[in-house]
Design a protein around this ligand. Structure first.
Ligand code: ATP
Length: 881
């Protein structure tokens, strides 16, 4: 068999070949999937392939069959050493000397003008590791199977003549082996660089037969498919049919006995790339959040002009069967009304329902009206709701100057947001793991995410449930449709309704009404204002009184306190910083006075929004409950800090905004670093004693090294890193070297500060690379909060208010005595923990807190540093030296 391992160690040691394809509609983050699958695949010792143009590429394969590796490598023997010649087809510039690989293999490569590269090596089992090593650093991904240009007639008209990274035509070649550097810098690109398509022929058995034959010919037995539910359905059909496809190929002599035996099993894994977020059994699909970014940017811009002219805007967003984008955009931009397929307006006469609501907003003093319509919006009778019609209603009935804006394809495009780099990277890594662990018995899995946990779920089940949503809508079973959506979707919908209502039927009786204090503590963070808005709207909805405490505990002592009106908070979703004002003063500035102020303002409950200081404050208040009865009210802490250093919770509000600010800055810095070719940029981030922003930032921008306070910096480490960088730069194809990023948390080391570090790198880089530094400082607080922080704020804030309502005893002023042991579960922090949202008591949090270093003791992201270094290439190179 042509595809067997070079040294004949066939079945048991056959090197796995992993291929990745993107299919269906494109989405931001698909490139990060490809990068992660390729690099993690290589790091796990596999060969990596890309399949261009989705299923189409797999069906078409390459017009010339791949040639066995031996044909391009000759192996004359010279004593104990062997000399290997690689013949490559065009003039490659291999580095003049000394290459080392991440497979523990050292080779000296010399350039030969006859396009033959001579390699001295010491390892007897040489071919696979050596050629892989070369491939893994981007030397001639076409070494093995690049037999020739395709027959031009066979190249489909719809597929452009794409060139590979070395400028060679890929025409007629859909299945391409790739190396480490072939996917370099892919993370920041939108869409999919390997192409995508709709492929009618894959829906036929003939098509899938051809696809199967191609996989066998290439010896690919692991396939990662990134696409929507259609693409993943195709994947499942393919896998189920696999044995019968092989039988047929064998019967018709298209594959050999050997091939049939070797490729008995096909492992497939699905990753969901879709901007609609329409897949069941996962919270978020790859690309959805970037689409939400684009939508929010557009609506934010429209909002200001709408307000200036007191206009109404009807905005159509994507989403055929799924209203996620419309709903989340509605929350994130503070829209007035939304139309989504799975939950049509309550009343048949929705026109009146909508007009009444918008009118009530105008009566309150709003100067603008925003209505968001999902592409697939329906009324209860399944009649499509179209933007033009909505506009006519608003003009006719309310006399509003109304415009329609259809956002269209802008929603697909552009740079992936931070999350759409991190999520696909983590999922791509998981996909490789699942593929390598698969057994003939295991089902095909889809990689998903639940809150903050990367999951694997049976692919078929997820697809079936997704299709069931569309079916339920078709059958007018809207509640059923909603039940198939994840809990986040339902909560978001509730949050939206609460925030847009003015006259509600949900008011509690007079004697249950509460005065709820809202205070910001610590540094400002994106989402604080959005959370406050949601809390205020909740209060108005239920008949409670939202009491704003300005300027933290200092302000409280000055009685800088007032009730917040419905209109006052209207535009707060999009505002960065803290509208209430915030500072680091803790309540121990005067416990007795703070208690007296609680009493004076008659607080029945308190929402504290902020970071580590906020947590510390709540903890102090709880401790003082025995002494001060006015603290015997439910208190809830909503974590908000860009450092994300609040213990126990996976995320704080503001951390996503901050990551996005970092990614944007690093993209720009990287461009400048690459323009001058071989420059290393040391980028300093904030984050206190927590390396969260630095670590996740490094993963999101593809930095090669990350320094955190948790791990510190030592001389030994620096030496390793310098060696790694030198090796890395020496391996770059000449003239194709590029800028690289090192991310350093400001408090990683007292001695090796950013300046010193940069000087060391500059000195040690010598002729190989140069070093510069940049400090991001307060830019990381971000301007406008990210959509994720805005919507997360709304959801968590709603939960906080429900908590306060549940535990509160109205009229706290009348409470007497301080001896009562107030239940500890009424003082809590809302936390995202893995796949769950929980209320954690102060005692629980303390178990996971390092008060001195002001951070948690077990951070979920501690393994991500290692992962960032694997995908950046450091792990492989350092391990091999
Ligand atoms: P989007 O979210 O953009 O709709 P999608 O993956 O759902 O993405 P589809 O057009 O539905 O997009 O499917 C993409 C491709 O997947 C199809 O062109 C076809 O090749 C394949 N495919 C879809 N359904 C099946 C099926 N039932 N059997 C085999 N292949 C299928």
């Amino acid at each position: 068999s042509s595809s067997s391992a070079p040294n004949g160690s066939e079945h048991s040691h056959r090197q796995k070949k992993i291929a990745v394809l993107t299919s269906g509609g494109d989405s931001a983050g698909m490139n990060a999937v490809v990068r992660a699958v390729v690099r993690q695949g290589i790091a796990r010792g596999c060969q990596a392939y890309i399949i261009r143009e989705g299923w189409e590429g797999l069906v078409r394969g390459n017009s010339s069959a791949p040639t066995p590796s031996q044909s391009t490598i000759t192996t004359p023997r010279f004593g104990p050493k062997r000399i290997v010649s690689f013949s490559v087809q065009d003039d490659e510039q291999l580095p003049p000397s000394a290459a080392s690989t991440d497979f523990g293999l050292s080779a000296a490569i010399s350039h030969n003008p006859e396009h033959v590269h001579t390699v001295n090596y010491l390892d007897p089992n040489w071919i696979a590791p050596l050629s892989d090593a070369l491939l893994s650093f981007g030397y001639g991904e076409l070494l093995k199977d690049g037999a020739g240009e395709g027959d031009i007639d066979e190249a489909p008209a719809d597929v452009a003549d794409i060139k590979d990274s070395k400028g060679r035509s890929l025409k007629g070649r859909y299945i391409v082996r790739v190396g480490w550097d072939d996917v370099r810098g892919w993370m920041g690109d939108g869409g999919t660089l390997i192409g995508s398509s709709r492929c009618p022929s894959f829906r036929t058995r003939e098509g899938r037969l051809a696809a199967a034959q191609n996989l066998v010919k290439f010896g690919i037995d692991c396939l990662a498919v990134c696409g929507g539910d259609g693409s993943l359905t195709g994947a499942d059909v393919f896998r189920k049919e696999w044995p019968s496809l092989l039988d047929e190929l064998h019967k018709t002599d298209r594959i050999s006995d050997d091939e049939r035996a070797t490729y008995k099993h096909l492992n497939i894994v699905g990753l969901v790339g879709s901007i609609d977020n329409d897949m069941s059994m996962t919270d978020l699909t790859i690309g959805a959040l970037t689409a939400l970014h684009r939508i929010c940017e557009s609506i934010d811009s429209i909002s200001s002009t709408a307000s200036s002219h007191s206009r109404a805007f009807v905005i159509e967003v994507m989403g055929r069967h799924c209203g996620w984008l419309a709903l989340l955009a509605g929350i994130a931009t503070g829209a007035d009304f939304i139309f989504i397929p799975e939950s049509p307006p309550e009343s048949e006469d929705w026109e009146t329902e909508m007009c009444d609501l918008l009118k009530s907003h105008r009566i309150y003093g709003k100067r603008k009206s925003i209505v968001i319509v999902a592409e697939g919006a329906l009324d209860r009778n399944l009649k499509p709701i179209k933007p033009e019609y909505v506009k006519d209603i608003l003009v006719d009935r309310l006399g509003l100057d109304t415009r329609v804006t259809t956002l269209g394809h802008t929603q697909r495009g552009g740079k992936p947001c931070a999350y759409d780099r991190i999520l696909p990277t983590l999922q791509g890594v998981k996909a490789v793991q699942v593929l390598l662990e698969a057994t003939p018995q295991s089902p095909s899995y889809m990689i998903g995410i639940q809150e903050n946990k990367i999951t694997k779920v049976p692919l078929l089940e997820a697809v079936a449930q997704t299709q069931a949503v569309a079916k339920a809508i078709e059958d007018k079973q809207f509640e059923k449709a909603m039940s198939y959506r994840d809990s986040e979707f339902n909560e978001m919908l509730a949050a939206f309704r609460i925030s847009s209502q003015v006259h509600s039927n949900d008011r509690v009786p007079d004697n249950k009404r509460l005065r709820i204090g809202i205070i910001h503590v610590g540094a400002p963070a994106g989402g604080m204002n959005a959370a406050t808005r949601q809390a205020v709207r909740f209060c108005h909805n239920r008949g409670h009184v939202p009491v704003a405490i300005y300027n933290g505990f200092d302000g409280l002592l000055d009685d800088n306190v007032s009730e917040l009106s419905w209109l006052r908070v209207d535009s707060w979703t999009t505002r960065g910083g803290s509208e209430l004002g915030t500072n680091r003063t803790l309540p121990d500035v005067g416990m007795g006075q703070v208690a007296a102020a609680f009493q004076r303002h008659g607080l029945d409950g308190l929402l504290v929004i902020g970071g580590f200081e906020a947590f510390h404050s709540v903890q102090m208040l709880e401790k003082q409950r025995v002494n001060y009865p006015s603290f015997q009210i439910p208190i809830i802490h909503l974590p908000a800090t860009l450092s994300n250093n609040v213990p126990l919770t996976d995320f704080s509000l503001g951390s996503d905004t901050s990551l996005n600010a970092l990614v944007e800055a690093c993209d720009a810095i990287k461009q400048s670093a690459s323009a001058s070719r071989n420059r290393v940029f040391v980028v300093e981030t904030q984050g206190g004693m927590s390396g969260y922003i630095a670590t996740l930032g490094a993963l999101a921008v593809g930095a090669v090294i990350v320094y955190t306070p948790e791990n510190g910096i030592s001389l030994g480490l620096l030496q390793q890193d310098v060696e790694f960088l030198r090796k890395r730069y020496s391996l770059d194809v000449k003239g194709k070297s590029e800028g690289r990023l090192v991310i350093k948390s400001e408090k990683s080391s007292n001695i090796y500060d950013t300046e010193t570090l940069t000087k060391i790198l500059k000195e040690e880089g010598r002729d190989l690379f140069d070093a510069r530094s940049a400090s991001l400082g307060h830019t990381l607080q971000g301007g406008v909060p990210s959509p994720l922080d805005r919507t997360r704020a709304a959801r968590l804030s709603l939960r906080c208010m429900q908590f306060l309502e549940k535990h509160a005893v109205p009229n706290s002023q009348s409470r007497k005595g301080g001896s009562r042991d107030y239940p500890t579960e009424t003082c809590a922090m809302i936390a995202i923990r893995g796949s769950k949202i929980v209320y954690a008591t102060m005692a629980e949090i303390m178990k996971h807190t390092d008060m001195k270093l002001r951070r948690g003791t077990d951070e979920w992201w501690s393994d991500i540093k290692r992962l960032a270094e694997v995908l950046g290439g450091r792990a492989g190179i350092v391990a091999s030296s």
